[in-house]
Design a protein around this ligand. Structure first.
Ligand SMILES: Cc1cc2nc3c(=O)[nH]c(=O)nc-3n(C[C@H](O)[C@H](O)[C@H](O)COP(=O)(O)OP(=O)(O)OC[C@H]3O[C@@H](n4cnc5c(N)ncnc54)[C@H](O)[C@@H]3O)c2cc1C
Length: 266
C-alpha cells in the first residue's frame, strides 16, 4: 500500500493584468510595466493539492517555468504548504509558445519520477489559452479533465470530478491524471506571517535546460521549439463617454435644446 499521493502543481507568474502594458512593436508583454503575482487560477490548483494532501497524505511539489523573479510565487506556494518548489529558468527556455512550455514542464515532471496527480489552473490571465494543462497530459500520456469545479471523491487509485463546460459533466479518472481547475473549486488559503518567514528561508530548486536534456531534445524548447509566433498585437481602442452635470431651470432649458438639436439633426 502506497503512502500518500505525489501531487504536482503547475504555477505561472503573471503581471497584474489591470496595470500591464503591451509592447506593440515586439508583440510581447512589457513585464516591467506592472507588478507580478501568481496566476489566480493556479492558487485554486494549489489549494486543491494541499487539501488532498491533508486528506490522504503525500506531498505537493510546485513547478514554474519562468524568469528568475517567479521565485517569489514559488516561495508563496511553499508558505501556503507546498513541500518542494522547482523553478525552470534559462534563456534557452524564453520565448516559448504553449507547446514548448508544455514540453519543458512535461520533461521536468518526468525528471521528478513517479507522480499521481498534476493540477493546473484552467488558464492564465495573460496568455489565456488554457492549452498548457491538456498539452502536458498528452505529452505524458495520462488522462485529463479540464474546467474542474468540484472534486467529489479521491482515492489512491482514481478521482471523481465535476467539469464545468457550460453543461456539467461527472468524470472518473484513473490516476495518474491531470486536472485544470476553475475558481469555483475552492477558496485559496492565505499564508500566516510565520509561514511567510519560514518560506523566506526555504530553498527553491533551480533547473536549467541542461537538467531537462535527458527528457526532451533541447531544440524543442523555448523560442526555437515554438511553432507559433505573435505576428501583431492590437490594443482595442476604448471609447470614453462624456458626462455633464446640469442643475435647476438651466438643466431643463439645456436638455430641451439638446433634444431639439437631435431631432432637427435627423
Ligand atoms: C501564439 C503565442 C505565441 C507566444 N509567444 C511568446 C513569446 O514569443 N514570448 C513569450 O514570452 N511568451 C509567448 N507566449 C506566451 C507563452 O506561450 C505562454 O505564456 C505560455 O506558453 C503559457 O501559455 P498560457 O499563458 O496561455 O497558459 P495556459 O495554457 O492558459 O495556462 C494553463 C495552466 O498551465 C500552467 N502553466 C502555464 N504556463 C506555465 C508556466 N510557464 N509554468 C508553469 N505552469 C504553467 C498553469 O497551471 C496555468 O494555469 C505566446 C503565446 C502564444 C499563444
Amino acid at each position: 500500500m502506497r503512502l500518500g499521493l505525489r501531487i504536482i502543481v503547475l504555477i505561472k507568474q503573471v503581471p497584474d493584468i489591470e496595470k500591464v502594458r503591451f509592447d506593440v512593436e515586439t508583440g510581447r508583454i512589457d513585464r516591467s510595466s506592472a507588478p507580478a503575482e501568481t496566476n489566480p487560477f493556479d492558487l485554486h490548483a494549489l489549494e486543491a493539492g494541499l487539501q488532498i494532501k491533508e486528506k490522504l497524505g503525500g506531498s505537493v511539489t510546485v513547478i514554474s517555468m519562468s524568469p528568475r523573479q517567479a521565485e517569489s510565487s514559488l516561495k508563496d506556494a511553499l508558505a501556503r504548504g507546498a513541500d518542494r518548489a522547482i523553478l525552470l529558468t534559462d534563456t534557452r527556455l524564453a520565448g516559448a509558445d504553449t507547446i514548448a512550455t508544455a514540453k519543458a514542464l512535461a520533461a521536468a515532471i518526468r525528471k521528478l519520477g513517479e507522480f499521481d496527480l498534476i493540477l493546473c489552473g484552467e488558464k492564465t490571465v495573460d496568455g489565456d489559452t488554457g492549452q498548457v494543462g491538456p498539452e502536458v497530459a498528452e505529452l505524458l500520456g495520462i488522462p485529463h479533465a479540464a474546467y474542474v469545479c468540484e472534486i467529489r471523491e479521491i482515492t489512491h487509485e482514481w478521482i471523481k470530478v465535476v467539469s464545468d463546460m457550460g453543461d456539467k459533466y461527472l468524470y472518473e479518472l484513473k490516476l495518474p491524471a491531470l486536472l485544470t481547475v476553475t475558481r469555483e473549486l475552492n477558496s485559496p488559503r492565505l499564508p500566516t506571517l510565520k509561514d511567510l518567514l519560514r518560506a523566506k528561508r526555504s530553498q527553491v530548486e533551480v533547473w536549467t535546460a541542461d537538467d531537462l536534456s535527458e527528457y526532451v531534445p533541447l531544440d524543442q524548447l523555448g523560442f526555437q521549439g515554438s511553432k507559433t509566433r505573435v505576428v501583431k498585437v492590437v490594443i482595442p481602442s476604448t471609447e470614453h463617454r462624456r458626462g455633464i452635470m446640469l442643475r435647476g431651470d438651466e438643466a431643463v432649458e439645456k436638455i430641451g435644446m439638446i433634444i431639439l438639436s437631435e431631432v432637427l439633426g435627423k
